[in-house]
Ligand binder design. Structure first.
Ligand code: SF4
Length: 83
């Protein structure tokens, strides 16, 4: 289940920074129903929503990326992250 945040954005969110992604595929190994690889970059599987996956799996996918290309924002963290 997702939650609407400021401006109507839906949470949880997960995104891939294609400037950082090198196509290693670690995210897809962790969450093959959420990530796919195309043109040596990770993309969200068409029709897949992070709201359909558990918080643990989404965190695991974010942490699996060796280039910190994945940003996961849980629905309870609408202010973003401090890192
Ligand atoms: S783990 Fe990171 S670098 Fe590798 S494909 Fe996924 S987003 Fe790209």
């Amino acid at each position: 289940m997702s939650t609407a945040g400021p401006g109507g954005a839906q949470f949880p969110q997960i995104s891939v920074d294609h400037e950082l992604c090198s196509g290693t595929g670690h995210c897809r190994e962790v969450a093959p129903k959420l990530f796919t690889l195309r043109d040596r970059r990770a993309w969200l599987v068409e029709g897949a929503s992070p709201a359909d996956f558990g918080d643990g799996l989404l965190r695991q996918a974010e942490e699996a990326c060796p280039w910190f290309a994945i940003t996961y924002t849980p629905k309870g963290d609408l202010c973003g992250k401090i890192s």
